[in-house]
Design a protein. Structure first.
Length: 518
């Protein structure tokens, strides 16, 4: 297509990486081969130069030298260290014991996990890392599969944060909405339009509804049912022969006779949350700006790293003051926690490198150009949702998808709905379609950083997480399309579609889902 150097060839790197990862279950090798394929094409089909560029240009320069990328990688390592010290304190075991006494069942444990994820709405990265690491020992006790844990964690991360008015997503969303409305000469408060678009985030809402329905009913279907059956019958919380994205280190195990307290874990985690919340405001604050703008403008990778370091230091101080370990032992446990994250951060680094290749080949822009002609008529919200899902899944980035699609979709929606300077329901629904369709990619693309983080924090094999989650994500997406964006384009009110779609999901679980019979 004119204007694009690589055209359909840009599909090769992500397609190769995703297919190989699913078939071979070797994520790192698959990512490297995907990067190499793209680098070779960019280098004029020179495989040797492509191989050199794979590591020098895309891994080192574009991935590790990028401040945001390295910030997230350092955050993952440091929070791993914090969890290691908390484990050494006996705090993780104490929380597990306390929750087990109150939860009394796998259902309430899973429900606690989901509610914790919803409460930590301010950032999807922090959400995944805290909830997954905190609940993993507890779900293991109840023989809940790591696949199910990572699904619950993932379903309450990006779907929740993307709809929260106070979160690290808000500035990006408000900025894109404001720019899009300006392009069609519509004068409207972008924050109010944001709130108006929330009911149209069908996929995000239905993902949460589906997760809660599965938890409350204690039913599953598809590969998740098989994973849960394995875990309940054999106690194997992850499949034999797979590679959990976290490796337990002996240095993070409590000393014999060490009795931990819930507060040994709670105080560092509270410190982490407080530093994150106040840090986001401090880092993003500008004169005359409110808390919503401040949260959105903050550099979350920097703030989360601050918070993880403060949480680590807090845990170390508690252990030393209570004479549970020496400073040397505290540092050893912190390093042990850091080492437990190495496999995951290597995967994350290569995923960032693959995104760099995809970006240079303009895959997202090409996909939008190819599909742009179908955005017409009353099906604009539905087609927008589908295009956003495809772009986000292929590129592994929701923010990139939003940035590329929003400027295209708002004028198209205005044109087909005869906006003429006014804000129409089609425009609002299409804004919601972009933002929630992009979350689909964040939610289940194997090359998405948030999908990787959910696997990491839950200690799940990454491909096992993707394989078991995709049928659930596809179910929520199908209902969102057929009973959300399609009828809303024909004027069916959203207040009717939301409960109707939720009811359909409940019926699907009722008739397709199966309980584990032991």
């Amino acid at each position: 297509m004119d204007g694009f150097t690589y055209g359909a060839l840009a599909l090769i790197p992500p397609a190769l990486a995703i297919i190989l990862a699913v078939v071979t279950r070797q994520v790192i090798v698959s990512l490297v081969l995907g990067i190499w394929a793209g680098a070779t094409i960019i280098a004029g089909w020179n495989p040797l130069l492509g191989l050199l560029d794979t590591f020098s240009t895309y891994l080192v320069h574009n991935s590790l030298a990028d401040s945001w990328n390295i910030g997230i990688i350092v955050f993952c390592l440091v929070i791993g260290g914090m969890v290691g010290v908390i484990n050494k304190l006996g705090g993780t075991k104490a929380i597990a014991d306390a929750v087990v006494l109150k939860a009394r069942s796998g259902r309430t444990t899973q429900l606690s996990t989901a509610l914790m994820g919803i409460i930590m709405f301010f950032d999807d990265y922090a959400n995944s890392m805290i909830v997954g690491n905190t609940m993993r020992p507890i779900t293991d006790r109840y023989r809940i599969s790591r696949e199910k844990l990572s699904y619950i964690v993932d379903s309450t991360a990006a779907p929740v944060s993307s709809m929260a008015p106070v979160s690290t997503w808000i500035a990006m969303e408000l900025g894109l909405i404001a720019a899009g409305l300006k392009s069609i000469n519509v004068e409207a408060n972008s924050l109010m339009v944001f709130f108006q678009s929330v009911p149209f985030r069908f996929y995000s809402i239905f993902s949460i509804v589906l997760a809660l329905t599965l938890i409350i009913s204690q039913k599953d279907f598809g590969p998740m049912y098989r994973a849960e059956l394995r875990a309940r019958k054999t106690g194997a919380v992850y499949e034999e022969g797979t590679t959990p994205m976290i490796v337990e280190d002996k240095d993070i195990l409590p000393d014999e006779g060490c009795v931990g307290s819930v507060w040994d874990a709670a105080i560092p985690i509270i410190a982490f949350i407080l530093v994150t919340v106040f840090g986001l405001y401090y880092n993003g604050h500008e004169a005359g700006k409110g808390i919503i703008d401040s949260f959105g403008n903050a550099d979350a990778s920097v703030v989360l790293t601050w918070a993880a370091f403060i949480g680590s230091i807090t845990a170390m101080v508690i252990g030393i003051v209570k004479r549970k370990f020496s400073l040397s032992s505290a540092v050893d446990s912190w390093m042990g926690g850091l080492r437990s994250m190495l496999i995951a951060v290597v995967i994350l680094a290569f995923a960032f490198a693959l995104k760099s290749v995809i970006g240079e080949m303009q895959l997202a822009e090409w996909l939008v150009a190819v599909t742009g002609g179908i955005l017409s008529g009353k099906v604009v919200p539905l087609l927008t949702f589908i295009v956003a899902m495809v772009v986000a899944f292929a590129t592994g980035t929701s923010w990139g998808t939003n940035s590329i699609l929003m400027p295209l979709v708002i004028p198209v929606a205005a044109g087909v709905s005869g906006a003429d300077g006014t804000l129409t329901p089609t425009i609002i629904a299409s804004i919601g379609a972009v933002l929630t369709g992009a979350v689909f990619g964040d939610h289940c693309s194997p090359i998405s950083d948030t999908t990787i983080l959910s696997s990491m924090a839950s200690g799940a094999d990454h491909i096992s997480h993707v394989r078991t989650q995709i049928p659930y994500a596809a179910t929520a997406a199908l209902i969102s399309g057929l009973f959300g964006f399609l009828p809303v384009g024909f004027g069916v009110p959203v207040w009717f579609l939301l409960p109707f779609g939720a009811a359909i999901l409940i019926l699907i679980v009722r008739f397709l889902g199966k309980k584990i019979e032991l």
